[in-house]
Design a protein around this ligand. Structure first.
Ligand code: HEC
Ligand code: HEC
Length: 374
């Protein structure tokens, strides 16, 4: 009897606490928008490539830029997309796990944003930018914004009337407009002007030769990346070797790189509930990689040197280890395949790091058209 009472009491407490929590949730509108974004007139040009010369493209991207940096998009006005995706850090951040609206740590390391692809997020669960952009808004851990309430919340903010009118010919704030504008802005975040991009264009995409503007060490790293160190087997350089795996339609592979014998976060295996996919994550793009430490889905490595040491000597024999990271064992049979050992010298490791640093696009991270307008 006594225990029943305790259970009864516990239920009452739970319902009470749950009820209180509910009232804090996002339906109520909190006044915001005292800060007006500073925008240039005429607008910045975002439609540099032919594929995006569509209706009011620059105005839609401009609206997307404001939404991206507006804290009003989180339920308690505490964070924006730009709080975690920081321009100076290649639209990633520099912490292992960023905190969401409640100050709670997220479960994965922030990915950099660098254009559209058909595999977004670490486990590729989103297949287009359009599909992705509303997810962090409503995600409990991230911004916890009630999507149905969002348009009416933003409609109370003066500057959105003109921005929506300019983008869609109607001052009415709609969820479809929010989604479109955010997607357009994220899709134009294309770092394509790194030293590597520039040199590669000059060389017509030929990576099998030294690049003329590279130092000796950078060229040594290039040769290793595409050769002995096998990095390019997975980190694929995009079409024409110019976009380096960023841009529309690109689908990066997914692999298990042998970080642990048992993964705490099983990535694609957890998403699909399939143990044969445990520990597989999409191969991330390496643009601006020198700016986006710490590394991997769980931010376990603090430096690029740590990452290279992993591939050099520390790959473990997970049952799903990528065949690209294993080699045949003593009997030459697939059964006793062992993790690859690259046997890189200290000089070679330094050269690889120097090469990875050529992926930094300084003009992109300083470009005012991608910056915070508030
Ligand atoms: C609290 C931090 C945080 C906020 C706020 C946030 N993100 Fe993210 N973002 C992340 C994390 C962490 C990941 C990786 C999550 C995963 O893969 O499961 C990510 C992944 C992404 C990706 C995938 C990139 C790729 O190439 O796969 C895009 C695009 C993105 N976010 C856009 C946005 C947009 C747009 C907003 C605002 C509507 C936003 N994010 C708000 C932390 C954040
Ligand atoms: C078998 C495919 C494969 C090969 C070969 C490979 N990588 Fe990776 N790489 C991945 C995958 C998959 C991830 C993400 C793994 C995770 O987070 O669990 C990754 C992650 C990384 C990261 C961290 C990216 C980030 O945003 O945190 C860096 C840096 C990196 N690799 C560099 C290299 C270098 C340098 C080489 C060559 C020495 C290399 N990779 C070889 C598949 C590969």
């Amino acid at each position: 009897m006594k225990s029943l009472k305790i259970i009864g009491f516990a239920i009452v407490c739970f319902v009470f606490v749950w009820g209180c929590k509910k009232t804090q949730e996002p339906d109520q509108v909190i006044a915001v928008g005292t800060n007006t974004p500073k925008l240039p007139n005429p607008t910045y040009q975002y439609d540099s490539t032919q594929s995006n010369q569509q209706f009011q493209f620059n105005e839609r991207a401009t609206l997307g830029r404001v939404l991206f940096y507006d804290k009003a998009l989180s339920f308690n006005n505490s964070i924006s997309c730009g709080s975690c995706h920081i321009q100076q850090l290649g639209f990633a951040d520099n912490v292992q796990f960023h905190k969401g609206v409640y100050g709670n740590e997220l479960k994965r390391n922030t990915l950099s944003i660098s254009g559209n692809s058909t595999k977004l997020f670490w486990d590729g669960r989103s297949t287009s930018m359009r599909d992705l952009v509303l997810r962090p808004l409503s995600n409990h851990d991230e911004m916890l914004q009630n999507l149905t309430a969002l348009p009416s919340k933003l409609a109370l903010i003066e500057y959105y009337k003109k921005l929506f009118f300019d983008a869609y010919g109607d001052p009415k704030v709609t969820l479809a407009g929010i989604q479109d504008a955010l997607a357009v802005f994220c899709e134009v975040l294309l770092p394509n002007n790194s030293k590597f991009d520039i040199e590669l264009k000059k060389a017509n995409g030929n990576v099998w030769q030294n690049l003329s503007g590279f130092t000796e060490q950078e060229n040594k790293g290039l040769t290793l990346f595409f050769g002995k160190a096998t990095c390019a087997n997975c980190h694929i350089v995009g079409v024409n070797f110019s976009d380096f795996g960023v841009g529309g339609g690109y689908s990066p592979p997914s692999e298990n790189i042998g970080l642990d014998m048992e993964y705490k976060d099983n990535g694609i295996g957890a998403l699909k509930n399939d143990a044969t996919l445990n520990g597989l994550f999409k191969v991330p793009n390496l643009k601006n990689i020198a700016l986006t430490a710490p590394y991997m889905h769980d931010g376990r490595f603090k430096t690029l040197e740590d990452v290279i040491e992993h591939y050099n000597n520390n790959v473990v024999n997970h049952p799903n280890l990528s065949t690209l990271l294993s080699q045949l064992g003593e009997t030459d049979s697939e059964e006793d395949a062992v993790p690859i050992r690259l046997n890189l010298t200290e000089d070679e490791k330094k050269a690889l790091v120097a090469f990875l640093k050529t992926f930094t696009d300084e003009s992109f991270i300083r470009d005012p058209k991608f910056s915070n307008p508030f």
